[in-house]
Write a protein that binds this ligand. Structure first.
Ligand SMILES: [Zn+2]
Length: 210
Protein backbone atom coordinates (compact mmCIF):
# COMPACT_ATOMS: atom_id res chain seq x y z
CA UNK A 1 0.00 0.00 0.00
CA UNK A 2 1.23 3.50 -0.84
CA UNK A 3 2.15 5.32 2.35
CA UNK A 4 1.29 8.94 2.96
CA UNK A 5 4.40 11.11 2.34
CA UNK A 6 3.85 13.90 4.79
CA UNK A 7 1.36 15.11 7.36
CA UNK A 8 1.45 18.77 8.27
CA UNK A 9 -0.25 19.68 11.52
CA UNK A 10 0.55 23.31 11.89
CA UNK A 11 -2.75 24.94 10.95
CA UNK A 12 -4.01 25.04 14.56
CA UNK A 13 -7.31 23.56 13.35
CA UNK A 14 -8.14 20.20 11.80
CA UNK A 15 -9.71 21.59 8.62
CA UNK A 16 -6.63 23.75 8.02
CA UNK A 17 -4.39 20.70 8.29
CA UNK A 18 -6.70 19.12 5.73
CA UNK A 19 -6.32 22.13 3.40
CA UNK A 20 -2.54 21.91 3.91
CA UNK A 21 -2.32 18.27 2.78
CA UNK A 22 -0.52 19.46 -0.32
CA UNK A 23 2.94 20.91 -0.83
CA UNK A 24 3.73 24.15 -2.67
CA UNK A 25 0.02 24.76 -3.00
CA UNK A 26 -0.17 28.02 -5.02
CA UNK A 27 2.40 26.96 -7.58
CA UNK A 28 0.87 24.53 -10.07
CA UNK A 29 4.14 23.33 -11.56
CA UNK A 30 5.70 22.65 -8.13
CA UNK A 31 2.53 21.45 -6.36
CA UNK A 32 2.89 18.09 -4.55
CA UNK A 33 -0.29 16.19 -3.74
CA UNK A 34 -0.19 14.28 -0.44
CA UNK A 35 -3.66 12.72 -0.71
CA UNK A 36 -2.87 10.62 -3.76
CA UNK A 37 -5.59 8.00 -3.31
CA UNK A 38 -8.49 7.00 -1.09
CA UNK A 39 -6.27 4.68 0.95
CA UNK A 40 -3.74 7.46 1.51
CA UNK A 41 -6.60 9.74 2.59
CA UNK A 42 -7.65 7.08 5.11
CA UNK A 43 -4.09 7.05 6.49
CA UNK A 44 -4.27 10.83 6.83
CA UNK A 45 -7.62 10.52 8.67
CA UNK A 46 -6.16 7.93 11.00
CA UNK A 47 -3.00 9.91 11.76
CA UNK A 48 -5.05 13.03 12.46
CA UNK A 49 -7.32 10.88 14.66
CA UNK A 50 -10.51 11.54 12.73
CA UNK A 51 -10.93 7.79 12.64
CA UNK A 52 -9.45 5.04 14.77
CA UNK A 53 -7.47 1.97 13.64
CA UNK A 54 -10.54 -0.23 13.51
CA UNK A 55 -12.46 2.24 11.33
CA UNK A 56 -9.41 2.71 9.09
CA UNK A 57 -9.17 -1.05 8.48
CA UNK A 58 -12.88 -1.17 7.74
CA UNK A 59 -12.75 1.67 5.21
CA UNK A 60 -9.61 0.30 3.56
CA UNK A 61 -11.17 -3.13 3.15
CA UNK A 62 -14.45 -1.68 1.85
CA UNK A 63 -12.61 0.59 -0.58
CA UNK A 64 -10.90 -2.41 -2.13
CA UNK A 65 -14.31 -3.96 -2.78
CA UNK A 66 -15.89 -0.67 -3.87
CA UNK A 67 -13.00 0.92 -5.75
CA UNK A 68 -15.13 3.03 -8.13
CA UNK A 69 -16.94 4.56 -5.16
CA UNK A 70 -13.63 5.15 -3.35
CA UNK A 71 -12.20 6.91 -6.42
CA UNK A 72 -15.25 9.18 -6.49
CA UNK A 73 -14.77 10.05 -2.82
CA UNK A 74 -11.12 11.03 -3.26
CA UNK A 75 -12.08 13.22 -6.25
CA UNK A 76 -14.64 14.97 -4.04
CA UNK A 77 -12.05 15.34 -1.28
CA UNK A 78 -9.63 17.11 -3.63
CA UNK A 79 -12.32 19.36 -5.12
CA UNK A 80 -13.53 20.28 -1.65
CA UNK A 81 -9.99 21.12 -0.58
CA UNK A 82 -9.44 23.28 -3.69
CA UNK A 83 -12.66 25.21 -3.13
CA UNK A 84 -12.09 25.78 0.56
CA UNK A 85 -8.48 26.81 -0.14
CA UNK A 86 -9.74 29.52 -2.52
CA UNK A 87 -12.42 30.60 -0.02
CA UNK A 88 -9.81 30.95 2.73
CA UNK A 89 -7.40 32.88 0.49
CA UNK A 90 -10.26 35.26 -0.33
CA UNK A 91 -11.01 35.65 3.40
CA UNK A 92 -7.34 36.44 4.11
CA UNK A 93 -7.25 38.96 1.23
CA UNK A 94 -10.58 40.42 2.44
CA UNK A 95 -12.11 39.60 -0.94
CA UNK A 96 -15.51 38.07 -1.63
CA UNK A 97 -15.17 34.30 -2.07
CA UNK A 98 -16.19 32.81 -5.38
CA UNK A 99 -19.85 31.78 -5.39
CA UNK A 100 -19.08 28.46 -7.12
CA UNK A 101 -16.72 27.52 -4.31
CA UNK A 102 -19.39 28.27 -1.71
CA UNK A 103 -21.88 26.22 -3.78
CA UNK A 104 -19.49 23.26 -3.82
CA UNK A 105 -19.02 23.48 -0.06
CA UNK A 106 -22.79 23.68 0.41
CA UNK A 107 -23.32 20.59 -1.74
CA UNK A 108 -20.80 18.69 0.42
CA UNK A 109 -22.59 19.92 3.55
CA UNK A 110 -25.86 18.55 2.13
CA UNK A 111 -24.24 15.20 1.36
CA UNK A 112 -22.69 14.63 4.76
CA UNK A 113 -25.41 16.20 6.89
CA UNK A 114 -27.31 12.89 7.28
CA UNK A 115 -24.22 11.42 9.01
CA UNK A 116 -25.02 13.51 12.08
CA UNK A 117 -28.13 14.00 14.10
CA UNK A 118 -29.44 16.24 16.80
CA UNK A 119 -29.91 14.51 20.14
CA UNK A 120 -31.39 15.65 23.40
CA UNK A 121 -29.53 14.18 26.37
CA UNK A 122 -29.10 15.41 29.95
CA UNK A 123 -31.16 18.53 29.36
CA UNK A 124 -29.12 19.67 26.41
CA UNK A 125 -28.88 19.33 22.66
CA UNK A 126 -25.86 17.72 21.10
CA UNK A 127 -24.88 17.41 17.45
CA UNK A 128 -23.82 13.80 17.24
CA UNK A 129 -22.19 11.87 14.43
CA UNK A 130 -23.50 8.42 13.68
CA UNK A 131 -20.79 5.97 14.70
CA UNK A 132 -21.64 3.06 12.48
CA UNK A 133 -21.63 3.73 8.80
CA UNK A 134 -20.70 1.95 5.64
CA UNK A 135 -20.44 5.17 3.64
CA UNK A 136 -16.93 5.65 2.32
CA UNK A 137 -17.29 9.43 2.70
CA UNK A 138 -18.34 9.28 6.36
CA UNK A 139 -15.18 10.99 7.64
CA UNK A 140 -15.85 13.96 5.37
CA UNK A 141 -18.66 14.94 7.74
CA UNK A 142 -16.04 15.64 10.44
CA UNK A 143 -13.92 17.76 8.10
CA UNK A 144 -16.94 19.62 6.68
CA UNK A 145 -18.30 20.33 10.18
CA UNK A 146 -14.93 21.73 11.16
CA UNK A 147 -14.87 23.94 8.04
CA UNK A 148 -18.32 25.34 8.94
CA UNK A 149 -17.16 25.91 12.51
CA UNK A 150 -14.11 27.87 11.31
CA UNK A 151 -15.91 29.92 8.66
CA UNK A 152 -18.63 31.01 11.08
CA UNK A 153 -16.23 31.81 13.93
CA UNK A 154 -14.32 34.95 14.86
CA UNK A 155 -11.09 32.96 14.47
CA UNK A 156 -11.09 34.09 10.83
CA UNK A 157 -9.40 37.30 11.87
CA UNK A 158 -6.40 35.18 12.89
CA UNK A 159 -6.28 33.37 9.57
CA UNK A 160 -3.04 33.76 7.63
CA UNK A 161 -1.22 32.24 4.71
CA UNK A 162 2.52 31.55 5.01
CA UNK A 163 4.67 34.50 3.92
CA UNK A 164 6.59 32.31 1.47
CA UNK A 165 4.93 32.97 -1.92
CA UNK A 166 5.18 29.35 -3.01
CA UNK A 167 4.18 27.67 0.26
CA UNK A 168 0.44 28.32 0.53
CA UNK A 169 -0.02 26.67 3.92
CA UNK A 170 -2.75 28.33 5.91
CA UNK A 171 -2.83 28.62 9.68
CA UNK A 172 -4.45 30.43 12.57
CA UNK A 173 -2.00 32.82 14.13
CA UNK A 174 -2.62 32.18 17.82
CA UNK A 175 0.40 34.22 18.96
CA UNK A 176 -0.42 36.99 21.45
CA UNK A 177 0.74 39.85 19.23
CA UNK A 178 -0.39 38.16 15.97
CA UNK A 179 3.18 38.09 14.72
CA UNK A 180 3.38 34.61 13.18
CA UNK A 181 4.49 34.88 9.54
CA UNK A 182 5.51 31.39 8.57
CA UNK A 183 3.89 27.97 8.45
CA UNK A 184 6.84 26.83 10.52
CA UNK A 185 10.18 28.27 11.55
CA UNK A 186 11.88 24.98 10.64
CA UNK A 187 10.60 25.20 7.12
CA UNK A 188 9.78 28.49 5.38
CA UNK A 189 10.96 30.61 8.32
CA UNK A 190 14.44 29.11 8.14
CA UNK A 191 14.63 29.45 4.37
CA UNK A 192 13.71 33.13 4.64
CA UNK A 193 16.33 33.60 7.34
CA UNK A 194 18.96 31.93 5.16
CA UNK A 195 17.93 34.12 2.20
CA UNK A 196 18.15 37.27 4.33
CA UNK A 197 21.55 36.19 5.57
CA UNK A 198 22.73 35.58 1.99
CA UNK A 199 21.54 38.99 0.75
CA UNK A 200 22.94 40.82 3.76
CA UNK A 201 26.30 39.17 3.15
CA UNK A 202 26.11 40.09 -0.52
CA UNK A 203 25.24 43.71 0.28
CA UNK A 204 28.03 44.06 2.83
CA UNK A 205 30.48 42.47 0.38
CA UNK A 206 29.43 44.95 -2.32
CA UNK A 207 29.84 47.79 0.14
CA UNK A 208 33.35 46.57 0.95
CA UNK A 209 34.35 46.59 -2.70
CA UNK A 210 32.92 50.01 -3.35
ZN1 LIG B 1 5.40 28.02 4.56
Amino acid sequence: MVQIQKIMMLGEQLCLDFINAVGWHPNESMCVEYLTSYSVFIQWCQKTEIINTEQASFFLEESRKRSVEADEVIKRVIELRKSVFRILLAVIAKDTPNEQDIDLLNSEIARVLPFSKLQYTDNQFIWKRAKETKNLDWMLSIIVNDIIELLTSNKLERLKVCDDDNCGWIFLDMSKNKSRRWCSMQDCGNRAKARRHYYNKKISKNEETE
